[in-house]
Design a binder for this molecule. Structure first.
Ligand code: SAM
Length: 340
């Protein structure tokens, strides 16, 4: 459940609990064990063996976990699951299953590539999961990890105290900067009566999005369009605009980890302060929102820069399980009274 929200205020493998029920809990302990990490590949037979071996290799190589997994065991379980064609939720319950030779070779190859190239695991497997849904990914799109997916569940449905809108009443959604199309697809599922326009400046990203929209059977409800922010959707009004735009500032761009260098630069670069695109979204949204509509926008660490640029704007900052103050919500009526 989401944490509280304040106005003006990922697939994980469990590593705790009973080891019998959660066999990968033992992996977490062993991954830290230098004896396991330092030895050549032992006899590897089961999913458990491969996760343990891969986690130890990743830990020793000090790879950065910035793409949906947060630790070596979760990342190892993801790659082993993909090689075995298992959803991440199925990996732990099937830990005792034997890994066929071909899948075992793929796992070992991926681990070595992950370490040598530092490419995100999602690009090696061409797959990423968000809110339990599977998305095709390649280097034309950023690896999906937006907090907006969780907010669509927690603040537009479920039993969250703060419900921003009744999901049944949302019929027109715009996803600006759609990338892989992940948020547009999650929105189409969260709002059963909605059609979704999803836009991006990158033709490559839109090709990936088209593949995902098709894989999810949503061709009839999601329309993709290429263009610079709102330029792709002239003369339309929406109940909801969602956006996870580029928002990394110049300092952040200079210090991106090697893992992120494999992702499209234009997915990150938000200008000197990180808010070049966010500003254009805030300034433009009112003209594209229905009177009762609202804007949900992710801004990473740019909250201070935005509050400085729009000191009077009545932004509602929403927290998620893994973020604080990285997404804001503002209704169309309040956008009228913004400044900046
Ligand atoms: C941070 S990624 C978000 C992708 C996706 N929504 C997600 O959450 O995974 C930002 C996206 O904005 C796109 N983009 C960058 N500049 C843009 C612009 N001026 N107009 C439209 N899209 C843009 C990039 O191509 C990239 O796909």
């Amino acid at each position: 459940m989401a944490k509280t929200a304040a106005r003006g205020g990922r697939s994980k493998v469990a590593i705790a609990g009973s080891n019998r029920k959660r066999p990968l809990a033992q992996v977490a302990a062993n991954a830290a064990n230098p004896v396991v990490a330092g030895t050549p590949a032992p006899e590897l037979e089961t999913i458990f063996d491969y996760v343990r071996h891969a986690a130890a290799r990743l830990k020793r190589a000090r790879v950065v976990f910035a793409h949906g997994t947060t630790d070596p065991v979760a990342e190892a379980a993801f790659l082993v699951g993909e090689a075995m064609r298992l959803h991440p939720d199925e990996v732990e319950p099937q830990a005792a299953r034997r890994v066929p030779k071909a899948a075992g070779k793929r796992i070992l190859d991926w681990i070595e590539q992950r370490i040598a190239t530092r490419k995100p695991a999602a690009y090696l497997a061409n797959r990423m999961y968000m809110r339990g849904l599977s998305f095709y990914v390649d280097e034309r799109v950023i690896v999906p990890r937006s907090f907006i997916g969780e907010i669509l569940d927690s603040h537009f449905g479920g039993d969250e105290v703060l419900r921003l809108r009744d999901p049944e009443t949302i019929t027109r959604v715009l996803d600006l900067c759609t990338g892989s199309g992940c948020l547009a697809i999650l929105a189409a599922r969260a709002f059963p009566n909605a059609t979704v326009d999803a836009t991006d400046l990158s033709a490559g990203a839109l090709a990936v999005a088209a593949r995902n929209v098709h894989e999810h059977g949503l061709d009839g409800r999601i329309q993709l369009a290429q263009g610079d922010l709102f330029a792709a959707v002239k003369n339309k009004r929406y109940d909801l605009i969602i956006s996870n735009p580029p928002y990394v500032d110049a300092k952040g761009m200079a210090g991106l980890p090697r893992e992120c260098l494999a992702e499209p630069r234009m997915a990150f670069d938000g200008g000197a302060e990180g808010i070049d695109l966010v500003r254009r979204i805030i300034d433009g949204a009112e003209s594209y929102l229905a009177p009762a509509g609202g804007l949900l926008c992710e801004v990473g660490r740019c909250k201070p820069a935005i509050e400085k640029a729009y000191p009077q704007a009545d932004l509602l900052w929403l927290d998620t399980e893994e973020s604080e103050g990285e997404v804001f919500w503002i209704e169309a009526v309040r956008l009228k009274r913004r400044d900046g």
